[in-house]
Design a protein around this ligand. Structure first.
Ligand code: NDP
Ligand code: 2IT
Length: 444
């Protein structure tokens, strides 16, 4: 049996009931098979793949907090410190009732390669909790965040592990966590990114993931003789990534006609009104049902449906496995040109293959959404030098990083004979840098 197959089998056996983690490992190891085969003897002797798929450390802890009625709740907190070969662990904190170890491990594993692709010195990690911020008062969210950080603060630091936002963790949550870290550790340092501008955050971090997704998409289209101008776009999600993807796509002259949340989706034939979306989601924290009040001609439908709309470009920006084979068939039948993942692993394995087999330009999340973490690394730089860069400077560095990243994955795919396969390109390019660093540092 090949080394790759052996390790995939081992991962499935040693980590039962972790389907998302298995899925992420399968995708990466299948993609790098060609590189591993060329170095099989050395990699096997060094147990390189075993070291890659086993987190350096995983922390699981109790998070007790008190609600507004005096009731105590206990949630579970996680931080998986996956790989520090190229820099301090870096990756977001997800707060969502679906969070479990499988999800945090899949996200942490993806983060290793994504962070490597940014070209910046950041290792891979991820964390979070099964706490649901929806419907909680500000005080309850603060109580949770303080309890969560009371434990997490023992394991993180500006030079060891730097968490950030993800689903359910935005500026409010990062603020409460930062305050608690500072109180307990007595350190005003860049231990979290996505901070407010008044206390060490970076301009353009809020916009970075969505904007970066569009910078990469535009560059890819340009290399195929196209651009965003005049294209129709479907976006899923209505959170941080979706909002700024919509904003940038519209600035580039495209028309975005959909967005969604976990209860339903909006079809706006005139193009999504981003100002209305921000008001609903960022300010009032309401459901998308409110959108019709701002745009009477738009339609709101309960359930799932974004991928049934005919558009040129699809940008899944909500959550993992939200775009399945059936959705992929509809998108292809409707002539979709490109699918670029704003979310982490939103496309199932079958759907990814279907896109690739039908000539759709498909860019995986670890490349397409890397602008968020790249800008987090720029925030770390600003915190270290105790300076704040202008919006224009951060934004233009982000643009340059995404353009470079696209060419890096495109070149890697070509080098190994997989031209146009950006999944293979991203995994190989991300892997090569990490392996180089792991080899140089010996067996640790
Ligand atoms: P937000 O919490 O801001 O928004 C998430 C959006 O996705 C919401 O509209 C939410 O709807 C929807 N959603 C979440 N879970 C589900 C679900 N199980 N079913 C249906 N809809 C769901 O998160 P972000 O925008 O930050 O994150 C979105 C994706 O992008 C995630 O995959 C994240 O890992 C990834 N990502 C985020 C980065 C960042 O910088 N924030 C960077 C790179 C990737 P509802 O509000 O109803 O739950
Ligand atoms: O998935 C991701 O890359 C993020 N949620 C952002 C991580 C970060 O450290 O900014």
């Amino acid at each position: 049996m090949s080394y790759v197959d052996e390790v995939i089998e081992q991962v499935e056996k040693q980590n039962p009931n972790e389907p998302e983690f298995h899925q992420a490992v399968r995708e990466v190891l299948e993609s790098i098979r060609v590189v591993v085969d060329q170095n099989e003897e050395k990699f096997r002797r060094d147990a390189l793949l075993e070291r890659l798929v086993n987190p350096e450390r995983q922390i699981k802890f109790r998070v007790p907090w008190i609600d507004d009625h005096g009731q105590v709740h206990v949630n579970t907190g996680y931080r998986v410190q996956f790989n520090s070969a190229i820099g301090p662990y870096k990756g977001g904190l997800r707060l969502h009732p679906s969070v479990n170890l499988s999800i945090i491990k899949f996200l942490g594993f993806e983060q290793i390669f994504k962070n490597s692709l940014t070209g910046l010195p950041i290792g891979g990690g991820k964390g979070g909790s099964d706490f649901d911020p929806k419907g909680k008062s500000d005080r309850e969210v603060m109580a949770f965040c303080q309890a969560f950080m009371s434990e997490l603060c023992k394991y993180i630091g500006a030079n060891t592990d730097v968490p950030a936002g993800d689903i359910g963790t935005g500026a409010r949550e990062i603020g409460y966590m930062y305050g608690q870290y500072k109180k307990l550790r007595g350190l005003f340092e860049g231990v979290l990114t996505g901070k407010g501008i008044s206390y060490g955050g970076s301009l353009a971090r809020t916009e970075a993931t969505g904007y970066g997704l569009l910078y990469l998409t535009e560059e890819m289209l340009r290399c195929h003789g196209q651009d965003m101008e005049g294209k129709t776009v479907s976006v899923s999600g209505a959170g941080n990534v979706a909002i700024y993807a919509i904003e940038k796509a519209e600035q580039m002259g495209a028309k975005v006609v959909t967005c969604s949340d976990s209860t339903g989706w909006v079809y706006d034939p005139d193009g999504i009104d981003v100002a209305a979306l921000k008001e609903i989601k960022e300010v009032k924290r309401q459901r998308l049902t409110e959108y019709k009040k701002y745009r009477p001609k738009a339609e709101y439908r309960v359930g799932k449906g974004v991928w049934s709309v005919k558009t040129d470009i699809a940008l899944p920006c909500a959550t993992q496995n939200e775009l399945n084979l059936e959705d992929a068939k509809k998108l292809v039948a409707n002539g979709v040109l490109a699918v670029c993942e704003g979310a982490n692993m939103p496309t199932t394995e079958e759907a990814t293959k279907y896109f690739q087999d039908h000539g759709v330009y498909f860019v995986p999340g670890k490349a397409a959404n890397a602008g968020g973490v790249a800008t987090s690394a720029l925030e770390m730089s600003q915190d270290s030098e105790r300076l704040a860069w202008t919006f224009e400077r951060v934004n233009s560095e982000l643009n340059a990083i995404m353009v470079r990243l696209y060419h890096n994955i495109d070149d890697a795919a070509k080098k190994y004979g997989f031209e146009g396969n950006y999944v293979v390109g991203a995994n190989i390019a991300g892997f090569e840098k990490v392996v180089d660093a792991m080899n140089a540092q010996g067996i640790v």
